[in-house]
Each structure stands twice: as structure tokens, then as C-alpha cells.
Design a protein around this ligand. Sequence first.
Ligand code: 5GP
Ligand code: ZN
Length: 113
Amino acid sequence: MVANCLFCKIAKGEIPVDKLFEDDDLVAFRDIAPQAPLHFLVIPKRHLAGPNGMVGGDEFLIGKIMAAGARLARENGVESFRFVVNEGAEAGQTVFHFHLHVLGGRAMAWPPG
Ligand code: 5GP
Ligand code: ZN
């Protein structure tokens, strides 16, 4: 738990979210400002700022987050989806607690802006 970290507070249940799934390691919840018909975030419960903060052992955790994202997309009727992880402000990161965006339900452009 990092003080003043929004997603640590969400992981602890201190801020209400539209939760899709939760286990001991991760929480999945709908994004408050959806950019696609289906847009949810999967976060580790333990604070991790982003990919640059990964340490030994986090590979399994991030793999678990991706597997949960894919499964939850399918369970919500979306077979084709986009995963996004923003690292750093220039890439668009605004919340500095690792989160996998899962977006689907519409056609996606490439490359991203
Ligand atoms: P980033 O820009 O850091 O990759 O993504 C942060 C995401 O968190 C944004 O898509 C934003 O809409 C979402 N977000 C920020 N605050 C909240 C919140 O309080 N609740 C939920 N559900 N999503 C949030
Ligand atoms: Zn945090």
C-alpha cells in the first residue's frame, strides 16, 4: 500500500469501482472513462508503479494479469481486444500503479496515437 496511490486504494476496496473479478493477487474493474464499449483495467493488488518497476518474480504476476484480461474480455463477449500498458507520462500514464487496459467491442486503429 502506497499512500495516496489511487489504485492501491481501489485494490483495498477503499474506493468503489465496477468490479469484474478479484483474487488474492489482482483486481479487474471497468475504467471510469471508457474508450471502447468494453474497457476495463486489471491491476496487481500489491503496488507496482509500472513495467519499469518489475522485479524478479513479477513476470508471473504480469502473466496472470494478462491471462485474466483475456479471459474476462471473452466472458464479456469480446474475442478481439487490445491490451495497453502505458509506462511513464510521455506514453500517457496518469496513474502510477501498474494497470493493463483491456479495450474491445469496436475496431481499433494502428498505430496508436
Ligand atoms: P493511464 O493513463 O495511467 O494508462 O490510465 C489510467 C486510467 O485509469 C484511465 O483510463 C482513467 O480513466 C482510469 N481511472 C482514473 N481514475 C479512476 C477511478 O477512480 N476509477 C476507475 N474505475 N478508473 C479510473
Ligand atoms: Zn499503488
